[in-house]
Design a protein around this ligand. Sequence first.
Ligand code: ADP
Ligand code: MG
Length: 680
Amino acid sequence: MDKLNLDIRNLNTIGKKRASVLNKLGIFTLYDLISYFPRAYEDRRSFRDIADLAQDSMCCIRACVISVPQVTFIRRGMELLRFRVADDTGSLYITFFNQSYLKNSIKSGKTYCFYGKVSKNSSRLEMLNPQFEPDGKSNITGRILPIYRLTSGISQNQLINYIRQGLSELPLELTDPIPDSVRRSHNIPELRYSYENIHFPRDDLSLALSRRRFIFEEFFTLAAALRFFRVRSDETSEFLISSERLSEFIGVLPFPLTNAQLRSINEMTRDMSSGKPMNRLLQGDVGSGKTIVAAASAYLSFCSGYQSAFMAPTEILAQQHFQTLSNLLEPFGMHIALLTSSTHAKQKREIYSALLDGSCHLVVGTHAILSDIVRFRRLALVITDEQHRFGVQQRAALSQKGNRPHVLVMSATPIPRTLALMIYGDLDISILDELPPGRQKVDTFVVGENMRKRVQSFIRKLVGEGRQVYIVCPMVEENETLNLKAAETYASDLQKNTFPDLRIECIHGRLKSKQKDSIMEAFARGEIDILVSTTVIEVGLDVPNAALMIVENAERFGLSQLHQLRGRVGRGAHKSYCILFTKSGNATERLKVMTETNDGFKISEEDLKLRGPGDFFGHRQHGLPELKIADISCDIQSLYEAQNAANQLLDMDPFLLLPEHSSLHLHIDKLFKANSGSFN
Ligand code: ADP
Ligand code: MG
């Protein structure tokens, strides 16, 4: 392992200056160098007969130099090196521009292999600036050659040479993070073979095997790490679930539950009565009805004599949940409290004591719940909404207030299942993949500047009918100050020049959360006609009267983000619309997806395909190491296989103490060093 940590500056051919170029590619150590996998390959295996050459094709030929290379000067600063080569079938000219220094490396009468583009120049065949090497060397011809992602200051051939050198420096004994037993039972080739063949494959099969190996390795070590770092707990409060009381609850709801909601409630019921702590992610598109599912779980906790806590990321969301949950659960005799930073001191004290003596059954709130003062008598269920806003630590802090409580995490960001498996590898997932019946589709349009006037009269019409409008301004570069200005200037322009008679407010990230909440509340009460904002619009907020979402510079947003924004409208009985302004006015392929579907999962799959997992949340909030080769949007089979293998291994050796697992242990530590803390 040590040798792999060698700084590339200490490799012969690289040195300090070149090393700094390689650093730009993220290559610092020998390990980084050989793990810098090709982005594609070029098949240079077959040699062609000169007689068969077609114009404009790239190909390899093996030919003897039959004329002495000549340098001619065409005009100032332009010289040609030219000679003829032949094989058994014909001859052709080789021409180099401005590379007369090659003259000495080409010997007349010797055979070389050339790779280049064939062109026809006044009926003469010619190869321009080919790559070449002496026959028999087979470094750059007659084989499958890697193609790497480059940066300025380095060429394909240089990188190929560095990696060749890197491979030749590999120590004899390579420690493989994949234990032998796993390697054998999953048909995974050895490490050295895989390194050699992923860069310079002997044939198609060895390339396929090596790629498979590294994809498997990434998934396997990641899955093993997630399992390894997971809080280990086995005993918990066992819920005694009475199906009659559950049916009673479901029976009094104002509407029938969707099948997806029923299925999720069943999955939770099973978890919570298993005697092991539930650890479940409830994932559902905006409006899919997650709150009711959460309410059912809090109700079940209550029926078994336990308390629950429900944490939301903002005050106004907490309030909204408090309302909903009170309406649903108080009829069953549950006592519910709202605890946020703006709760009055006296009320706070009452809530603290009611939680401590157990008379309060459910507390809904913000981070305020995390305060040390808050103690529970029998906390057995912790629910967090909009999970991606909370750190893993905060989730853990809340859990520590109970005796290994059940955990339900709700997310409105429809993360594709594959990505969810990676991020929440240790969570079970319930998916609400079905919207309650009767929801209308939000009609979506992609438009350009030429539609500005029409959109403005549309706004006027809707507001005239009593509806409300959101306008979201783009992020301007990554500059907070500019952002703020963009939204504020936009809002005041709109007020002054376009809608002097309408009530317009502006909300942005610089406002204090109290100010934000009070604007949002005013909007929810219908006291604002048009709300101009940067992307801070509260996730999950329900303002059923809002019927139009306008997004400026929509091309700058990710699809999932647009989908989230669109989810702010169409929450009531009113026909709702989403208008996406773009510079070009043309729906790019990407934005077209928005007009074609309202299905958040489909949209996020598209987004993932287009942007890759690293970008998925805009920035990398999930704290996972970057995947070098595996692609979670297409290697799902491999992901499952690796995850099973990791689980089996850790069932047998949960602390990775066996000597044959020590290199996996080391590898995991190294992999997560940069993310330390995020998985405890
Ligand atoms: P989200 O998943 O976005 O949090 P909510 O729980 O806020 O969704 O539910 C959105 C709206 O749909 C709420 O007004 C809720 O009362 C309603 N709702 C939830 N489930 C159903 C259902 N099965 N049938 C009809 N309406 C439902
Ligand atoms: Mg919600």
